[in-house]
Design a protein around this ligand. Sequence first.
Ligand code: HEC
Length: 108
Amino acid sequence: MHNFLLLALLVLVAAPCYSMADISLTRQLELRHLLKHDCGSCHGMSLKGGLGPALTEDVLMKKPRQMLLATILEGRPGTPMPPWKTFLTTEEANWLLDVLLQGQSDVL
Ligand code: HEC
């Protein structure tokens, strides 16, 4: 388990992604925790769907990014999807979308 965490951290640090440079490693870990525990409470622990739809890369890549970004930041009125803009900056929401679109949500 310890080795796995170490490996996961290395993958995170080494992952080539333009927006990762702007978000500290500590914050990236917090965001991954949020994704698993908060988003996961509705979208399923492995984000394959629950009360909310699956957030897997095959589903999300077919949808307009701006729409997905707006959904995360503003929520969807009339549905259980809450707005996250009090907890996430636009940059952080974009980073989470990158994680989801790269199918990396299960790295940690
Ligand atoms: C309280 C339950 C709940 C939580 C918590 C939640 N969501 Fe959702 N989410 C939903 C529901 C329900 C929908 C579908 C809304 C609809 O019917 O259009 C949705 C839709 C979405 C969509 C659009 C998906 C699509 O295919 O159009 C995205 C992206 C999304 N959520 C991301 C997130 C992220 C990221 C988090 C955590 C920061 C999160 N959600 C937390 C319930 C939730």
